[in-house]
Design a protein around this ligand. Sequence first.
Ligand code: GLU
Length: 491
Amino acid sequence: MSDPIRLRFAPSPTGSLHIGGARTALFNWAYARRYGGVFLLRIEDTDRERSSDEYERAILEGLSWLGIDWDEGPDVGGALGPYRQTERYGGYREMAERFHQEGWAYRCFCSPERLAALRNKEMKDGKNFGYDGLCRGLSREQCDERVAAGEKPVLRFKVPEGETRFQDMVSGEVRFRNEDVDDWVMVRASGDPTYNFVVVCDDHDMRITHVLRGEEHLTNTPKQVLLYRALGLEPPLFGHLPLMLGKDKKKLSKRTGDTALQDYRRKGYPAEAMSNFLALQSWALDDKTTVFSRDELVANFDPKDLRKGGSIFDPDKCLWIAGEYIRAHSIEVLAERCTPFVVEAGLATAEELEVRRDWYLQALAMEQERIKLYSQMPGRLAYLFADDGDVSYDEKALKNVRKHDEATTTLADYLEWIAPKLVDGFDVDALGAESKAWISERGLKIPALFQPLRCALSGAAGGADLFGIMALLGPEKVRRRIECGIERLGA
Ligand code: GLU
């Protein structure tokens, strides 16, 4: 049996988890899980100034929220750790020495001023910037002397002549001319190693077999492949995922939709909807299924099905998927997910909801069909928690009431008729049917009663079944709200 495949997600903790990054993590994870491989997390924190523990924590939390788990990582450890790059510096130094000793890297003493002048000249000549190799010609002795004199060189990779190719899992064969890759810096004058160098050290040391990552890294891949080849190593298989674009086909921005995963969490999107939606960005289960679980993603994931076409982030579709998941929730899950939002909105404390759990579950069930985000639940339930005299009547509801000249008289007559029937545990269906009969006996149309009645009970123009609302409010509150309604709507 061959060794298990090993994949990784390697975020830099310099900001919150971008949805593009979340998708990258999801596909690497799904690939590893599909084939019984290993999925690990590596924190690329070499940019010490911009990295923070908080971002790291938030990234881990975001991944867990999405349902992604990892077998090795900074928090769970693993045989090939540590899993934070700043804790692996010793290894990088050794590796840099090896490249230097074997003649694959050389010390460069060019000043920032010289490099800036070079860049200017090349720009003027219409060329891409590339180091001109001036220090390639320095002998070891010359370099040692300059170091002894206090100069601090960078270490540059000596790009060989020729052409390099690799097979991309998404785009097929990629070729590049080595002359288009300049002698890039592996180790800065400060001694800090750079991304393209450490990523190779780590992917090699951590025995990574496959790397799925964003297309923005495609220009880095040649540099990395050349390092592997220099050492006579086989690089992992790379696959570059197309950039996620907004509906305007431009780079995702705040304008076209939130870009941080945590914004979706905060706004009340189900995590399952987000992983489903992200999985649809350049991958599909088949040609017709939009809603599928993480298990189905794992069971069907094959990098061969990744598309190289741009993936378009459509917020409306994302919202639609969110609604689909919410409708499919069991009532317990719905309660668990909505409660933080209900509490946050100040409608009730978690303890108060617990005391009235059966009632609360009924209320949630009544609105389950109507929300697309958990955060919409408090708005829909607010009237149930309002004081009877303070139910806020919305404009649309009031407009409906104004259509009926006799609205308050009708309400008053109805109250007189219904009052004796409002007893604990009244039969919702029977009361509904009898109320309709009452309306037609009086030669009225249904809205003539239902519109003012709904306004009095919930303050809204539409919503759940009126008699269901009555059952939730209970006899006392129904009576009081109709009384208040007669007064307020008549004023
Ligand atoms: N730290 C890099 C990033 O966040 C990882 C790139 C890679 O996957 O090689 O973009």
